[in-house]
Design a protein around this ligand. Structure first.
Ligand code: SAH
Length: 216
């Protein structure tokens, strides 16, 4: 997959490249490119945003700036899915993550300040996605959430099998994963369920199935 992020803070994506899951799939299943709107803006002095029509505080990311960024990279408006990150969008969930991870190419647009000129959402984007019902200061953390969640669904991102049985997965009927424990078996009297120490895999599997929490 080729995943392109448009941002005003490209540095926000650097650390993630060195860590799993990104480190495992970059150069293979995933090509991650990060573009700064300022590098292709048609305005002077790196301007990308402007005062809102009608007045009020804050700055709004301009539609001509986003078109210029898309044209610089794709030569026009891309055919593939273009996702704008906004607290007003459809909430990201595992189902949407699975769907996105099957796309051959994705563009993810983030904004800062007051957000996007509405025409960006109406005319340039196929999806508007939120990472939750709260307002962050910029789309970088939401973009990292999308990039990470999608990357870990790509082949080779995780150690064998570890991505199959997880919270929200089909293997758990969309429920929350059973609890995990590791050594020590007794820490200050906080003990581990006996069954998990028994070596009896049939009983362990049954215990785990019982402890999957089904969401309402
Ligand atoms: N004025 C907007 C909020 C803008 S926050 C409103 O009231 O709806 C600035 C930018 O941060 C947004 O344009 C978006 O790109 C990003 N952002 C903030 N919170 C987000 C969230 N919960 N999910 C996705 N993106 C978010």
């Amino acid at each position: 997959m080729r995943l392109d992020v448009f941002t005003l803070v490209p540095a926000a994506f650097e650390w993630a490249r060195e860590r799993r899951p990104l480190a495992a799939v970059l150069g293979g299943e995933l090509e991650l490119r990060v573009f700064n709107y300022r590098d292709s803006t048609p305005l002077t002095a790196g301007q990308v945003d402007d005062d809102p029509y009608g007045g009020g505080p804050g700055m709004v990311l301009r539609v001509d700036v986003v078109v210029a960024a898309l044209e610089a990279v794709y030569g026009g408006i891309p055919e593939h899915r273009v996702i704008a990150l906004s607290p007003q969008g459809r909430q990201l969930d595992q189902e949407l993550v699975e769907e996105l991870s099957l796309e051959p190419a994705l563009s993810v647009l983030s904004a800062r300040f007051e957000g996007f000129d509405q025409r960006i959402l109406d005319h340039l984007c196929t999806d508007v996605v939120s990472i939750g019902p709260y307002v962050l200061s910029g789309g970088e953390i939401p973009a990292l959430a999308v990039v990470d969640a999608v990357a870990r669904r790509l082949p080779g991102a995780l150690t064998e099998g570890s991505g199959e049985v997880e919270s929200f997965s089909a293997a758990l009927d969309g429920g929350l994963e059973y609890p995990h424990y590791t050594r020590p078996a007794d820490f200050r009297g906080w003990t581990v369920p006996e069954i998990l120490l028994s070596g009896d895999h049939a009983r362990i599997d049954a215990w785990r199935r019982e402890h999957v929490r089904v969401l309402p």
